[in-house]
Design a binder for this molecule. Structure first.
Ligand SMILES: [Zn+2]
Length: 408
């Protein structure tokens, strides 16, 4: 069997096309998420190790200026320039229609770090003063502040993760120069996260919902962000090896790896292919001999095994990342079958034009391309930079942050 190959050259081409030309029309509805699309593109090139060789200093400065243009005067960032009606027209009454946004703020800061900016133009204090206002009484975070300072957006671990990430980047190790700035309520956030663990060990978007690989990642990365700059979350049960919460979480994560990588065994309408009426009329003997040969499953017969995000779903490229990165943060990545995950990604969802699709035969998109690639970086794929599973950028970028004078 030929050794599967990561096609570096095609992936570089794919990301450069996304960066320097237009995205396909399907991205039109994602216009307000441009800060996220910028992150997936810039970080993709950074993980491939070519961001500096394939862009000019002038281009990178242009990207930095665009990101700062998305900074809201009162602190935090918007996700795209579309809501910006200009400094001259902005008033305390209308600024609610151009709010800072929790995920956009996190991705803007990460983008600046990838571009090796020193964050000197970031309204650090204002942003950190805004953060606790977006936290609800139950400890969760919303997305934006609406009219009257109301917290808006769903109750969801994604916002908790982006808020904890923003705090990690801007507060730094010791909160230098922020003595007069009120912090978020860390114990309440930790207790909200703990309440999101479900009966099966995984984590849901909010309490009493269904376990989900993406939200499980957000829960653990929130705790890891808090852990990196505070000492008060070291003993939470979810992170304590041997606790029933941690054991159940690990079992749930490992069970997400699946050899079911396509729906091909089912009809288009999702039913079994054999007609029920015809089964009744066939003799039992011939029915038995008509049963398909099914090979017994062993580690040797499973060549391809990706990850799903929920029970009973087929594999999807991005969950190789969401579940894998969580296991990395928990220091238990060795529990997965790396070879069959690598073969699934390289032979089934890596696309011939570069990038990765969501599933078999799907066209590449920015999200699945980035997370497929990062999953391979976790497994030490040649030509890829080491990636930090919590910040989800190259370790180079994290070292740049941690070297900033006010961060240490
Ligand atoms: Zn996906």
């Amino acid at each position: 069997m030929a050794e599967p190959r990561f096609n570096t050259e095609r992936h570089v081409k794919y990301y450069l096309r996304c960066l320097k030309t237009f995205l396909p029309t399907l991205y039109t509805s994602n216009d307000s998420n441009r800060m996220l699309l910028a992150y997936l593109t810039l970080s993709g090139l950074d993980v491939l190790g070519v961001l500096h060789s394939k862009t000019t200093a002038e281009e990178r400065q242009g990207y930095i200026d665009w990101i700062y243009h998305c900074q809201v005067p009162s602190g935090g960032f918007r996700g795209f320039p579309g809501t910006d009606f200009g400094l001259e027209s902005r008033t305390t009454e209308n600024e609610v229609w151009d709010p800072a946004n929790i995920p956009a703020t996190f991705f803007a800061l990460v983008n600046l770090l990838i571009l090796e900016d020193d964050l000197e133009r970031v309204k650090r204090k204002e942003c950190l003063q805004w953060l606790p206002k977006v936290q609800r009484a139950d400890g969760s975070f919303g997305e934006v502040l609406g009219p009257g300072g109301r917290v808006e957006g769903v109750r969801d671990l994604r916002y908790c993760c982006c808020a904890a990430g923003t705090r990690y980047i801007l507060r730094g190790k010791a909160g230098k120069g922020l003595e007069d700035v009120e912090d978020i309520d860390v114990p309440k956030l930790v207790s909200f996260i703990g309440a999101c663990q479900t009966y099966d060990g995984g984590m849901a978007e909010s309490p009493f919902r269904e376990s989900h690989g993406g939200h499980t990642y957000c829960a653990i990365s929130s705790l890891d962000f808090l852990n990196r700059v505070s000492n008060d979350v070291k003993s939470v049960p979810l992170l304590s090896f041997g606790s029933k919460e941690n054991e159940a979480l690990l079992a749930w994560l490992v069970s997400r790896q699946t050899a079911k990588i396509s729906e091909s065994e089912l009809d288009e309408d999702g039913s079994d292919t054999q007609d029920e009426q015809s089964i009744d009329t066939i003799e039992a003997d011939s029915r038995i001999s008509a049963l398909p040969d099914i090979q017994s499953i062993s580690a040797d017969t499973i060549l391809y095994a990706g990850f799903n995000g929920r029970c009973n779903k087929i594999a999807d490229t991005c969950y190789s990342f969401w579940n894998g990165a969580t296991l990395r943060m928990l220091d238990r990545y060795s529990l997965i079958d790396g070879d069959s995950n690598r073969r699934y990604l390289l032979e089934k969802t890596q696309h011939m034009v570069g990038g990765f699709g969501k599933g078999i035969g799907d066209p590449p998109d920015l999200l699945h391309s980035y997370f497929g690639m990062v999953s391979l970086a976790f497994q030490g794929e040649a030509g890829l930079s080491q990636v930090d599973p919590t910040v989800v950028t190259s370790k180079r970028t994290v070292q740049h942050l941690e070297s900033l004078p006010w961060w240490q």
